[in-house]
Structure formats: C-alpha cells, structure tokens
Design a protein around this ligand. Sequence first.
Ligand SMILES: Cc1ncc(COP(=O)(O)O)c(C=O)c1O
Length: 382
Amino acid sequence: MSASGLTLPGLASGDLPAAAELRGRVGGSRNPNPADAAAYAEIMSTLAFGKGFTDHMVHSRWTPSSGWGPLTLEPFGPIELSPAASVLHYGQEIFEGLKAYRWSDGSIRAFRPGFNAARLANSARRLALPELPAEDFVASIAGLIEADERWVPTADGATLYLRPFAFSSEPFLGVRAGHQVDYYLIGSPVGPYFAHGFEPVDIWVSSTYHRAGAGGMGDAKTGGNYAASLRPQAEASDRGFEQVLFLDASTNTYVDELGGMNLVVVDADGTVRTPNLTGTILEGGTRDSLLTLLADSGREVRQEPIALADLLADIRSGSVAEVFACGTAAVVTPVGRLAGEDFDVTVADGRPGPVTTNLHAHLTDIQFGRREDAHGWMYRLL
Ligand SMILES: Cc1ncc(COP(=O)(O)O)c(C=O)c1O
C-alpha cells in the first residue's frame, strides 16, 4: 500500500517491459479502409467525448480450455454477438478508462497503465471473469497506439481516451459465469474536459438511490454500477444538477462517491480528507495520485468515513474550504454546491479554491510532460 493508501498498485510504469517489446504481442493487420480525410477532420475538430473512434480495435478471446487467445488488431467496427450472449442478459461485463497523452516532443504516454491493469483484474475477480495479464493489457494499448497514432490529438489538453472492456459472449441463458469471454480495446479522441474553463459543478446528494451496497460490486468497474446511477443522474439533471453524490447504502449517513468520480474535501486548516475504501467505492487512480501529490507537499491526508451531516456543517461553518471530485475524464472538478431533499449549501463562494486549482494544474502538467514525473507514473507508448 502506498503512502496514500493505494490498494491496487499494479505494475509501476518503470517495471513494465518497454512498449516496443509489448507491441510484438499484438498480431492482426491494419484497417484497409481507415477514416478518410473528411471523417478524420470532423472527429478531430470536434473531439466530443466518446463519440468518434479510431480506425482500429484490439481483441482477444478467452475460453476455459484455451485461456486467452492472441491479441489481434482489427478494424474498428460492429462486433458479432449472439442474442443469447450472456452479457446481454446478466451483465457480466467490466471495463477501464485511461488516456494517452501526446507530449510536445511528439511522444505518446499513458498515465499509470499498470494501475488500470490491476483494477481490471480486480473487477474481473468480482465478476467471475478471467483476468487478463497486466502485460497483455498494456500490450493491447501499445499495439493500438502504434496503429492509431494519428488519432492522439495534438490540441492543447486533448487526449486519446482508451476504453478496455471484457464481457461474456457465450450464447447461453443459464445463470453462471460465461465460458467464452471477449476483451476489446477501443479509443476515442477527446478534448480537454474544461473547454470553457474550470467550472464548479452543482451536485445532488441522493438519499433514495444507492449505486452499491456492502458485498456488492462498488469497487469493481462494471456496467451494472453505472446502470444503477442513470436514473438518479437523470432525476438530478431534471433538478438542474450536473452530478449525483451517493451515500453508503447501509446507513445513508456517509459520503461514498459520485457516479463516476471520487470525492475529496479540503479543510480550512489544510488537511485533506476523502472517504476510505470500504468496498463500495471505486478506487480511482486519480484519487490516489492526487493524495500522493498532496502528501508529497507535506499536507495531512486522511482516508476516513465522512458523514454527510458533518460535511454540511463544516461547509456552513467554513471549516471545510474546498470540495472537489476527481477521475480520469475531468481530472479534478471543483464542487460549487451540494444539495439534497432538505439542504442546499454553497462551498466557500462557489468558486474553485487554490488547492483544487493547483492540483489540477500539477497533475495535468505531469501527464503532458510539463513537470517532473517524480513517481514515474508516465509510461512511454510511442
Ligand atoms: C465510479 C467511479 N469512481 C471513481 C472513478 C475515478 O477513477 P479514475 O481516477 O481511475 O478514473 C471512476 C472513473 O473511472 C468511476 O467510474
């Protein structure tokens, strides 16, 4: 466990074999019909999240008798799936999300891919799916990036979002772990999350819905958790809120996390607190990295239960100075307001605080090669 409490360290970037070596594990061939100049320009000029995709994907299939088959580069496109594929009925699916960053020297790097490999393996164990070896996970990324290099944006703050996922494709309606599993990696070029600056979000705290319960799948990255968050998210959106904060399902007392981000609180005395990993929270690589940077700078960092009632009282009294959410997509999102059935509080003056703002700059500077990567987080892909 690291100083910040990481339980999924995975392989450090420096301990992974070089990308040039791992790429050799990916067979297959280039897409004979890549996007033409107009289609490419359309996607690269809009960089809308998750809407445009690269020319390729990487695929591997697992069966109980053969294990994982070869990693194969294929044209990006529809996949053939039986209507009886068990993922469509029982949701046996896991995924990851990470980014490839283009540095000013033209090189392309991933941020802590060993962490995502370890988290995918953790999710696989919970969902009774086979674990993809970490080196194969990173190999799939290295192989995709070599083939899709032109899709890693050069625009300031833009990245290639990488989406690895695995699911049971076995055509079988019995309720048991699938005997045929497909792993895919796809990529989507995305713009900087804060196209219009670093805007605080308003958050609705749900006391009626929960995303995960004790013994459930909260610490796995699986589609079902996101399905559970869609209705509360839509209701919050109808009320004019951008995100939902979920409470612990057992007591409805403690803050867990948002639908797709972890939550961090900065006290006026400089202490940083975030909910401890109880099993219902997804352990974020961003969370861990930010806690590490904060500890590096000499701050007290605590992972502990945070009762909603205390948090609201502390925001009102001013003893909590900043609240932010964090995750791969947005890196750091300032929280301007927290509201629920019987409360509505503004954090500080509703503007991003200095700790939040500096952390966002610090982490993105490391990711884009503008600041020293003291922890060796970046992994060179090309
Ligand atoms: C539910 C949830 N919590 C937290 C996170 C943040 O994780 P990370 O920082 O690794 O992106 C994510 C995003 O992956 C998420 O989906």
